[in-house]
Design a protein. Structure first.
Lengths: 359, 359
């Protein structure tokens, strides 16, 4: 087992990464101060991993409420959030109840925002079971639901008390979701770590073959890079915006297509390719580096261009992005591999060039 | 103008109290860092105070979005909250938009929780226009909406950047709401300040006659007492629970009657009388002090007993209170006038006695 720490002062917490951690309820139980937990999962993950987890927690003397939600990004909305509230209230869960998110990014976002808002906040643990959640969404305290007007528009910055990532759960992950998770792994390399990016280029086949050693390294490096950025800027007033490489375009794609049609990681992959393309148009990224970005995404089986979205609609969707400041959209761009920057002065013709080339 | 400070480290903020402050947009504008604000108000308050406020803000160079909600506790729910989100999104409000809550406790709770959760948090200002909001709900960062299963069940601890209380706005307040606000004023005296309680006993007629000097003193002392308690315990892990004197019974009354049938302050008044009655039954409050509590509430024109609620239902509603810990309800009780305590060991027969006497 490897352990990292997200350094956030009084809100600091550990990330444990390893094989078979789901079977170690003692690892989870040490973080739970009350006598009750509510495990939030979905209809796909629960049949695989819920009962072993509950058995372990029960053996530790904990009372466990099971909350099973429908599976998919399309359910990351108020209606599903309210199902959590209803069941917490029906079971008379109080402020000492610890919520455990057992699943992927959608479960983490829903359970995390429920924890942030139920009775004005209860503790929660992230137990991510997808690659995307293990390398990205379970770390950093971003929680949210979607609104018809935009992705992740309603939510909270609310840190978990711990993250426990069992890489064994990746064995049952559908191929498409494994690839979607790799988009965020590649993103982390591109942001700050050329060495890690080159390791991904060299090990992409092992990752796709689910070599647990390769996966453990990918999760560990990704969490370390993300934890470092989050520790510098918990509430995304500056540096943290770098983590949104590919997300301004990606969120627009997800909203345009309807939530759940493209997986988040797929939209981010196309978004990374577009951000790299925009960087090249602005003359800050070389053609050779752009090709390496496209190539590694393609080898991971990920899309590198957006679906057909009418240009005015695409521009409109991009302009409501949360990272906008004073009406100006700020793009995360690449100055090189392992070197990202935020720019608020992207000329319209370069943006139209990228959007046009993608459409 | 009098100014207090809520001492919460990096989240500290001032409370300004005085006459005519609504006309001093410069006072508000100094707290606004971006160029946009969204003023959230309701159909009762907006015709009286919105346009003067907007004119002042506009004169300070700010762009103002107006969001007008229906009036009443019955609208403190997800549907109304979503109206705020919809309008913020339609106006393309970004993370630099400051939300201003212009109204009573319901508007403060709705606008505050919208601020806590829109794009994971934007700054907000409280501009309370009712006595209840000025002496209580605008201070301390509690925001929430109701759920069919319980009052204030969904929300956040989220501090405003400032509170500006213009006592002139109390001139237009309906009598019933003025009296409801006095319940919280009386509560603050009972909690920690015998001298203030005795001042209320001596000045209740001036308060009911809306003497602005008396009202300013009542708002100032109430905010000072509340600010001190909140500074000790922002997230209600201990001391802050004292502020809930009368609220365990009061919330049960509100839920049983349907939100909005009894005003919050009316339910709290009956709840304070019941908490005092329970304290006497437990032998910690004298009969004479109980009579003084009842008397001042009655002179304020407030109810001192609960409506008819079947005993099993009353007990059920009390047991889901947020202040419950490990299944045990914790009651705020009085050891004397100006001296409140929290007790988790109230015998069932004493509770039934109080509930039976009230019903």
């Amino acid at each position: 087992m490897q352990t990292l720490r997200v350094e956030l002062g009084s809100r600091a917490y550990p990330i444990h990464i390893g094989r078979g951690l789901l079977g170690r309820a003692d690892l989870l139980a040490q973080f739970i101060t009350g006598s009750r937990t509510a495990v939030v999962s979905n209809t796909t993950v629960a049949p695989l991993y819920l009962e072993p987890l509950v058995a372990g927690l029960t053996a530790c003397g904990l009372d466990v409420v099971r909350i099973i939600l429908p599976d998919g990004e399309t359910y990351k909305n108020w209606g599903t959030l309210n199902l959590i509230y209803d069941q917490l209230l029906a079971a008379r869960c109080d402020r000492q109840t610890t919520i455990i998110a057992l699943g992927g990014g959608v479960i983490g976002d829903l359970a995390g925002f429920a924890a942030a808002s139920y009775q004005r906040g209860v503790p929660y643990l992230q137990v991510p079971t997808t690659l995307l959640a293990q390398v990205d969404s379970s770390v950093g305290g971003k929680t949210a639901i979607n609104h018809p007007g935009g992705k992740n528009m309603i939510g909270a910055f609310y840190q978990p008390i711990a993250v426990v990532a069992d890489v064994n759960t990746l064995a049952t992950l559908p191929d498409r979701e494994l690839r979607a998770g790799l988009a965020e792994v590649i993103k982390h390399g591109l942001l700050t770590d050329l060495e890690f990016f080159e390791w991904i280029e060299a090990n992409i086949d092992q990752l796709l073959a689910r070599d647990t050693e390769a996966l453990t390294h990918a999760v560990h490096r990704s969490c370390a890079i993300k934890a470092q950025i989050v520790a510098l800027d918990e509430r995304e007033t500056g540096t943290r915006a770098l983590l949104n490489l590919g997300h301004t375009f990606g969120h627009a794609i997800e909203t345009a297509m309807g939530y759940g049609v493209w997986l988040h990681g797929e939209a981010v992959a196309a978004g990374i390719a577009m951000a790299a393309d925009l960087s090249r148009r602005l003359g800050i990224l070389s053609e050779a580096d752009l090709r390496r970005v496209i190539s590694v995404l393609e080898r991971a089986g990920l899309p590198v261009s957006a679906p057909a979205i009418a240009l005015p609609r695409f521009i409109e969707l991009i302009s409501v992005d949360k990272k906008a400041a004073a009406g100006r959209v700020r793009f995360v761009l690449l100055e090189g591999l392992g070197s990202a920057i935020v720019r608020g002065d992207v000329p319209q013709d370069a943006l139209v060039g990228t959007l046009g080339a993608a459409g």
